[in-house]
Every structure is written in C-alpha cells, then in structure tokens.
Design a binder for this molecule. Structure first.
Ligand code: C2E
Ligand code: CA
Ligand code: CA
Length: 572
C-alpha cells in the first residue's frame, strides 16, 4: 500500500471509530493506560477523552471487585496477542452507577509497533429501551397509544382461561365511527387522526380507571372489554347498554376540525359472555362485529346486542319502564292484601302488595317490575300510590269496630328514602286519610343500610314519632352487618321465606332459622315469619317463639280482601 493510501485508510478507520455513536471504543496499553477514547465512550462512561487519556482502565471503569479478574484476562490477551470471547459486563460510570455493556476486545499488534488492546462496548441500557419500544410498538397503536388488536386478544384469552380466577359476565363492545372515510377524504388525514385521538380519549374517560381494557382494532374501530357486576345476563345486558350509551355521549361530543364544529356519530355492537369459557377472543370480536353491522344498518338504534334474546330482554325493560310511567293514570294498579295472623290464629292485619295489570305484560310479577321502577325512579310514584291506598283502607277501618285494630304493612324501597321526603309524605297521607298511624307498618330491606345510615336512622326515628312502626323485611338474606342492623330503630323482624322453607329440612337449615328467630327476640323485636305454607312450619315456628305468621297457609294476597273478613280462621 502506498503511503498516502495507507494514511487515507487509517484516517477512514479513525473517523469511523471516532464517530461511531452507539459503540464505545477504547484503546489500552498492556498496563491499562488509556491511549484511545472515542466520543461514544464519554456518553457511556461519563469521562471525556481529555479526562480519560493516560489514565488507567482499572481506575476508570472497572469495578473494584472485578479488577483482579480483568487484569488476568488482559495479561492473557497481550501474551497471546488475540482477543477473548465477547461478554456482557457490568462496568462503572464516572458517577459510580453501573453500566451494563456488551463488550468485545482484541489486541492489535502491528510489526514494530506497541500492541494495543481495543475494547468495543455496546450500551445495553439503550438496547433495553429499544427492546421495550419494539415491544410497545407491537402491542400498542402508535397514533392513540391504546393497546392494539393483538394485546386485547391476549387479554381476552387470559380472561377466558380464568387467569384472574373470577367467574362472571363481561361485555365486549365494538365502537365504530359513522362515515369515517368521508371525514378522511373531505378534511384530510391529519383531521382523521384527530378524530381517532378524540375517540380514544372519550373511551379512556368513560372507562377510567380500566384503560387497559380499551383497544384500537384498526381504522376507526375500537373495542372495549367491560366486566359486568350483575350476576344475570339481563342485568349485565342493561349495564353494558348503559356503558355503551355513556361512550356514545362522549364520542358524540362536539369537536373542532379546521375551525369548524363537528359532531361525530358512532355505533356500538355488544356481545355478552361468561368467563372463564371456551370462546376464543376473535370469536367474541366477530360476534360484537355482527351486532355492530346490524346497528349500522338500523336507522333507529346505534347500540345492538349480538344475541337477539339479550337484545329483546333489554328492549322489554325499556318498554316496561315506559309503560310503568303511565300505570297510575291508566288505572292499572291494584293493592293485594295478604293476611297476617298471631299465635291464636287471629287476623292481625295484612301485607299490602302491589299488582300491575297491563295488557302487554299480563302476568308480570312485582319481582320483575319493582327493580325496573327502582332503576327509573317511578317507584316513588308507585310507592306513594300504595301508601295512599293502604291509608285509605285504614281510614275506613278506623270507624269499624271489628276492623279498627287491623294493621297494614307496606313495602318501602330504599329509593324512596333516598329522596328524603318520606316522613312528610307519610305524615301528609295519614292526615289526609284519617288512618291510625299505629296501624301502618313500613317494611324496609337490609339494602337500606347501603344508604347514608345516619340520614336513614333520623328518618326512621321521625317516622316512629308519627306512630308508624317499622319492620325489617327479608331478614337474613341481605349482607348488611349485624352491627349496622342493631343501630336501626326497628319494631319487627320479618324472617325471609327461604328460612321458613328450610325448616322442613333437618339439621343446619332449621338451626339457622332458630338462630335468626332468637336473634330477633334478643333485640326485643316482634318476629314475623313469611312464606308459611304448611302446618308443620307453622307449628315449628310457634315453638321457636315466632309472634306472627304470613303465608299461603293462611291466605294468598288478594285484591278482594273482603273474603278474609270476618275471620281468617274459617279459611282452613
Ligand atoms: P316481599 O316483600 O318479600 O313480599 C312477599 C312475597 O312473597 C309476595 O310476592 C307474596 O305474594 C309472596 N308470598 C307470600 N306468601 C307466600 C308463601 O306462602 N309462599 C310463597 N312462595 N310466596 C309467598 P309478590 O307479591 O310477588 O311480591 C314480590 C316482591 O315485590 C315483594 O317481596 C316486595 O319485595 C316487592 N313488592 C311488592 N309490592 C311492593 C310495593 O308496593 N313496593 C315495593 N317497594 N316493593 C313491593
Ligand atoms: Ca314485604
Ligand atoms: Ca319479604
């Protein structure tokens, strides 16, 4: 090689060494003195070339505990004039921190020249960051930052395999923006991107804090995995629909594009599923997608369920709710009375139970329509209606010697308490009807303890001051703590019929019922058992110390209570 050529080649290599960004390259004499230190070495180890040159390798970057070993390896390399295999090492930064590097070394020995050991170290920190970035890119959508299809499929699969150990219902929702392609075409791709980011944010706001459960499936399709708390498909469907409505409200909020206000429209397809389960994640996506396509085709509704049965359940709830709102004005309500008796089998009063006759829902039971009325608020009106009818009867009975001792128990929903005007309402109706307040009993359930307990207690106290008595219904079925229950100012406990049913069984069932009855007695409360259907149950309950009884054995609820007069005993 000619001299100039050699110089040029050397310059080329030196420049390559000097400028290499990601690789620290250092040169050392046999005793470890630094003779070469490129710019990247400063980045990795913190020392500038000026600081490092002529210093010792061992002082600069070799941690104390590695020194003897490194010295041995260096000596070997110089002796044999060759390198050793590359390795991951944890070396030392100027500031004392550890620097993970992948290090290769070799000894370059040219004729008539001092041998030099070159070390080339790649910074593993950068590599780790890069690896994480690769990971992120393969699982997340770069535009919105949301998980992508792959990640949500993995989550679905984990849910199905029961990784979380729960058994429950969940909904998979696919949200799709209407006419997204025309937004892209008319306003340009950057505005299209803004629309997508807007949707992603809307979904995040509605799902907060479960943001991990949202993903962008592709184009303008988003998916939301929504765990339902309701135990039944009906309840879960309602929850999923409410969630979808919230999502649509947010997505359809106005946004400004090109200085103009726009309003998006979107559709949601929903599928409900039980987990753990057999269905694959992409099958669930397919189901939700079918529902979405149906929603897109329909010009009536923007939310659709995959399962037509589920869909009709939700629809029926809506229809029931609408019809209930007109039940009073259409004269569709009736009050059924079911007798309550004492140990001597004398009639002491009735439980007032609501009946609703609607041509479309002929045999609907209160167990089905009361929860809907509680959810949509119409329970307030219905509850007032029951209160008025019952007090009207009490008012009439008050002037009848044979009936004036009879009581009516009515069910009061915790929703009515939440409103805060129960006391005024009861007071007003008692005054209006001339009912004897001592004969009016209000049945509350343990769910009342989920409300503001001090507020509830104050209201109960005011009601009792009016003369009204209070019974705790369905006792034993709720999960309110006993400590809470003992705080409530009560007059009566009503043993749920599930316990009465268990009385027939030997062993545990009867024992639990006994415990519940003695609990009521120890709290100084009257105890009434409901759902008494057999003579054996009646006798057993009597022997356990029950005061009052209600059930088919003594009479079914009837909208014609006259048949229970003058004596219920003639009935059986
Ligand atoms: P509840 O308060 O536990 O009412 C007792 C239910 O048990 C009634 O059902 C009654 O018909 C039924 N029952 C009575 N004796 C027997 C028996 O011996 N065997 C069996 N198997 N059942 C018996 P109903 O009338 O269908 O009412 C269901 C629920 O609806 C009530 O349960 C109550 O929670 C609610 N409800 C009814 N009317 C009203 C109301 O006016 N307001 C409110 N908030 N809820 C009401
Ligand atoms: Ca009741
Ligand atoms: Ca009950």
């Amino acid at each position: 090689m000619k001299n100039t050529e050699k110089q040029r080649s050397e310059a080329r290599f030196r420049k390559l060494f000097d400028d290499t960004q990601a690789m620290s390259i250092q040169g050392y004499r046999a005793d470890g003195t630094v003779v070469y230190w490129n710019d990247a070495s400063e980045k990795i180890y913190g020392y500038s070339a000026h600081e490092a040159l002529q210093q010792s390798l061992y002082d600069l970057i070799i941690p104390h505990e590695m020194r003897a070993e490194v010295k041995q390896a260096v000596a070997w390399m110089f002796e044999h004039q060759q390198g050793i295999p590359p390795a991951r090492l944890n070396l030392k930064h100027k500031n004392g921190t550890t620097v993970p590097v992948y290090s290769s070394h070799t000894v370059v020995a040219l004729p008539n020249d001092e041998p030099i050991m070159f070390c080339m170290d790649a910074d593993m920190r950068a590599l780790e960051v890069a690896e994480a970035e690769v990971q992120r890119l393969s699982y997340y959508d770069p535009l919105t930052g949301l998980p992508n299809r792959r990640l949500i499929l993995e989550r679905l699969e984990a849910l199905m395999r029961g990784i979380n150990g729960n058994h429950a219902l969940a909904a998979l929702l696919i949200v799709d923006i209407d006419n997204f392609h025309s937004i892209n075409e008319s306003l340009g791709y950057s505005n299209g991107d803004r629309v997508l980011v807007h949707c992603a944010q809307a979904l995040q706001q509605v799902n907060n804090p479960c943001n991990d459960n949202i993903a962008r499936l592709g184009k303008d399709e988003f998916v939301v995995l929504f765990p339902c708390t309701a135990p039944s498909f009906d309840g879960a469907a309602t929850q999923a629909e409410q969630h979808a409505t919230q999502i649509l409200e947010r997505v359809e909020e106005r946004l400004t594009l090109n200085n103009q206000i726009h309003q998006l429209n979107a559709c949601v397809g929903i599928t409900l599923f039980r987990y753990p389960g057999e269905l694959a994640g992409d099958e669930l996506i397919r189901q939700a997608d079918i529902a979405l396509k149906t929603a897109k085709r329909s010009n009536k509704t923007s939310i659709r369920f995959f399962d037509p049965v589920m869909e009709s359940a939700v629809k029926e709830r809506v229809q029931i709710s609408q019809a209930l709102n007109h039940a009073i004005e259409n004269n569709e309500l009736a009050l059924a009375l079911q007798p309550q008796i004492n140990k001597q089998q004398q009639l002491i009063g009735f439980e007032g139970l609501l009946r609703w006759h609607h041509p479309k829902f002929p045999n609907i039971s209160p167990d089905d329509f009361i929860p809907i009325a509680e959810a949509d608020g119409s329970i307030i009106e219905l509850g007032n209606w029951v209160l008025e009818k019952s007090c009207e009867l009490l008012g009439q009975w008050g002037t009848n010697e044979a009936r004036k001792h009879l009581k009516i128990s009515i069910n009061v929903s915790s929703v009515q308490f939440r409103r805060g005007d129960v006391v005024e309402r009861v007071k007003h109706v008692i005054e209006k009807t001339g009912a004897n307040p001592c004969n009016l009993r209000l049945e509350l359930t343990e769910s009342i303890t989920a409300e503001d307990i001090d507020f509830v207690i104050t209201q109960m106290q005011s009601l009792r001051r009016l003369g009204v008595t209070i019974s705790l219904d369905d006792f034993g079925t709720g999960y309110a703590s006993l400590a809470y229950l003992t705080k409530l100012p009560l007059d009566e406990l009503k043993i749920d019929r599930a316990f009465v049913r268990d009385l027939d069984k030997q062993g545990k069932g009867a024992l639990l019922t006994e415990t519940i009855i003695s609990l009521g007695r120890s709290m100084n409360l009257l105890v009434i058992a409901e759902g008494v259907e057999t003579q054996q149950q009646f006798e057993k309950l009597q022997s356990l110390g029950c005061d009052y009884f209600q059930g088919y054995l003594f009479g079914k609820p009837s909208t014609d209570p006259e048949k229970y007069f003058p004596s219920p005993c003639s009935l059986y």
